[in-house]
Structure formats: structure tokens, C-alpha cells
Write a protein that binds this ligand. Structure first.
Ligand code: NDP
Ligand code: OXD
Length: 320
């Protein structure tokens, strides 16, 4: 058998970041970087570990002896939805830096809509000196966070520090100090209280298309911001973009911040680009730090080889 302790890397990230992080990574192991054209035809038999982000589907046919797959990001839909995988552990990326970056983005978006940053930017462009008032305080606004996992719980804590009233929703109800939480069955009650909806859900068969017209219609109207706001940094497959556009155009939603889209990159033809109260970022809310990713994979391989359980293993039946 070849490549007995090798790691194959197939990361569709910025190439310079991968190359920099590879310097000195995985000491004592052979590293097969599929981003290097010289490795295109390499025999991958016997390779036990793969670190992937949007990998070439053929990788899993060629690397038939994998013992574990490590996702280059927190989400694993890019692996689970696209390939027929053998029954082996898939490990998510859980990382302080990624978590902090996501919470920064979420807090930024909530403050953007709370403090009328978009209308003020338009006024500045038009050289208009006009105070938009009255404006509510954070405490007057309820932020409803959908998904209370690693990212959702950190965002909840940081939104609370900013003074928002925060509530949360997840499949199984969570206990979080000072936060009212709802389980899957409590969706209606959760939405009826929510002024700013923050989506931090993984993409699974259950969450595909969840953010649609009927869900938007259940959000609180007439709260402190007037109309509800939709913020999504989970996955674009969870939103029905045509419904987002209609909801914004008809005033069911007052504003939106979107980092993820049904199809990425977002088409230049999308009507979302032209809507006044929409923030669009290019799936950049929380990019993986590749150096931290490799250190996390090294730690997990070390555990695995010592016979200790891997951490952050995806439950294949629920898809996250
Ligand atoms: P976790 O697995 O830690 O948390 C997922 C949360 O979603 C859990 O609270 C889970 O509920 C909840 N959930 C899943 N399915 C359902 C459902 N059907 N109904 C209700 N709740 C559900 O994931 P993370 O917090 O680490 O990451 C969340 C997602 O964020 C990733 O999967 C990825 O898609 C996205 N992401 C986006 C990034 C970006 O840059 N835009 C960067 C990183 C991640 P329960 O607690 O009951 O299990
Ligand atoms: C992730 C992402 O899942 O960046 O980590 O989307």
C-alpha cells in the first residue's frame, strides 16, 4: 500500500493562502496538494486523510482508502450533497477565528440596519445633511437567531453585549442564559417575536428553501424598525431568492443582508443588486484561516492515530 500517512489537500480557496499555510504543515507526512497541476494524475491509493473544500468529485473515487475527511469550512453540504460518500467520518472545521469573524459580520449587519447605515450612505453620496430620527435603541429590537450551534451561540452572546433583545431557534431547544429559546415546533412563536431574523443554519434537506414567502409573512410587522429585516450567512440554498426579492419589493421585509446565495457567485442579473436596503457580501462573512485549519486537522489526526475519538464529526443522518 502506498502513501500510508499521507494527507491529500483539495481546497478551492485562494491559492496563495493555501501555499503559505502548507509551509511546515503536517510535519512527517506526505502532503499531496491537488492544487498543484503536477499532482493531477497521482495515484491516491492508500491515502488515509483528505482536507477538502468543494473537492473534485473524482477525488473520492481515486482516494479509495480514506479513513477520515476534513471539511475546509464549518459547513459540510459541499461534501455531503455532491458525492456518494463511503461511510467514514466527516469532520467539520470549528475554530475561534472563524467564529469571531462570523459574529463580527452578524453584529455589523444588525447595527447597520438598526442605525440606518444604508440610508445615511445614500444621503452622504447625495450630500444631504438630514438626521433620520427617531431611531430605536438595540434594546427595542428583537433579533431572532435561527441555528444555535457554534456560530449561532457566539453571535447571540455578542448581540446581547450590544444590547439587543435576542431570542433563538434550533432543532433541539437550547438553554442559554438570558435568551428565550425555541425548538423546531416553536417556529411560529419565534418568528412572531422577531424584528431581525439572522440565519446561521446548515444546508440540509430540512433547511433547504426554509426562508421563503410564508416564513417572511410570519415575522413581526410594526416592531421598532417598522418592517422586519432578513440576514443570512448560513447557506443560500436555505433561501428562496425570488421570495426574498418579492418580500423586499412589497414591504413584507424592510431590508436584508445576504452573504450566501442559491447560486454563487450571485449573477450580475440578480435583482438583489439593485434593491436599496440590501447588503450583499460575497460569501465572505467568515472565511477559514487555512493555517488554523491545518493545525485543527493535525490535532484531529493525532487523536485518531492515538485511538481517541475525533471531534466535530458530522451526523450523517441529520446532515450537519
Ligand atoms: P453547528 O452544527 O454548530 O450548528 C447548527 C445549528 O443549526 C444547530 O443549532 C442545529 O440545531 C441547527 N439546525 C440544524 N438543522 C436544523 C433544523 N432543521 N431546524 C432547526 N435547527 C436546525 O454549525 P455552525 O454554527 O458551526 O455553522 C452553521 C452554518 O454556518 C454552517 O453549516 C455553514 O453553512 C454556515 N457558515 C457560513 C459561513 C460564511 O462565511 N457565510 C462560514 C461558516 C459557516 P441543534 O442545536 O438542535 O442541533
Ligand atoms: C464555511 C463557509 O462553511 O465558509 O466555513 O461557508
Amino acid at each position: 500500500m502506498h502513501h500510508q500517512n499521507a494527507v491529500v489537500i483539495d481546497l478551492k480557496f485562494a491559492r496563495s493562502g493555501v501555499l503559505e499555510a502548507l509551509k511546515g504543515a503536517f510535519p512527517g507526512r506526505e502532503v499531496i496538494d491537488m492544487g498543484d497541476p503536477a499532482n493531477a494524475g497521482r495515484d491516491l491509493s492508500g491515502v488515509p486523510y483528505a482536507v477538502v473544500w468543494k473537492p473534485d468529485p473524482a477525488l473520492f473515487e481515486r482516494a479509495r482508502d480514506l479513513k477520515a475527511i476534513f471539511s475546509g469550512g464549518a459547513g459540510v453540504d459541499h461534501i455531503l450533497s455532491a458525492y456518494e460518500l463511503p461511510d467514514l467520518p466527516v469532520v467539520r472545521f470549528v475554530d475561534r477565528s472563524l467564529t469571531d469573524r462570523m459574529s463580527e459580520w452578524v453584529v455589523l449587519q444588525c447595527l447597520t440596519h438598526l442605525r440606518a447605515a444604508l440610508p445615511y450612505a445614500r444621503q452622504q453620496r447625495d450630500r444631504v445633511w438630514h438626521e433620520i430620527s427617531p431611531q430605536p435603541e438595540a434594546r427595542d429590537v428583537t433579533v431572532g437567531v435561527m441555528g444555535l450551534g457554534v456560530l449561532g451561540q457566539d453571535a447571540v452572546r455578542k448581540l446581547k453585549v450590544m444590547g439587543f433583545d435576542v431570542i433563538g431557534w434550533s432543532r433541539r431547544q437550547k438553554q442559554i442564559d438570558g435568551v428565550e429559546t425555541f425548538d423546531a415546533a416553536g417556529l411560529g412563536a419565534f418568528l412572531a417575536r422577531t424584528d431581525i431574523l439572522v440565519g446561521l443554519l446548515p444546508l440540509t434537506p430540512d433547511t433547504r428553501g426554509l426562508y421563503n414567502a410564508s416564513l417572511f409573512a410570519m415575522l413581526r410587522q410594526g416592531g421598532a424598525l417598522g418592517k422586519p429585516v432578513f440576514i443570512n450567512a448560513g447557506r443560500g440554498g436555505s433561501q428562496v431568492e425570488a421570495d426574498v426579492v418579492t418580500a423586499l419589493e412589497t414591504g413584507v421585509l424592510g431590508a436584508a443582508s445576504l452573504d450566501v446565495f442559491e447560486k454563487e457567485p450571485l449573477s450580475p442579473e440578480s435583482p438583489l443588486w439593485d434593491l436599496a436596503n440590501v447588503v450583499i457580501t460575497p460569501h465572505a462573512a467568515a472565511a477559514s484561516d487555512v493555517g488554523a485549519l491545518f493545525r485543527h486537522v493535525e490535532r484531529q489526526i493525532d487523536r485518531f492515530e492515538k485511538g481517541e475519538p475525533l471531534e466535530y464529526v458530522v451526523d450523517r443522518s441529520s446532515g450537519y
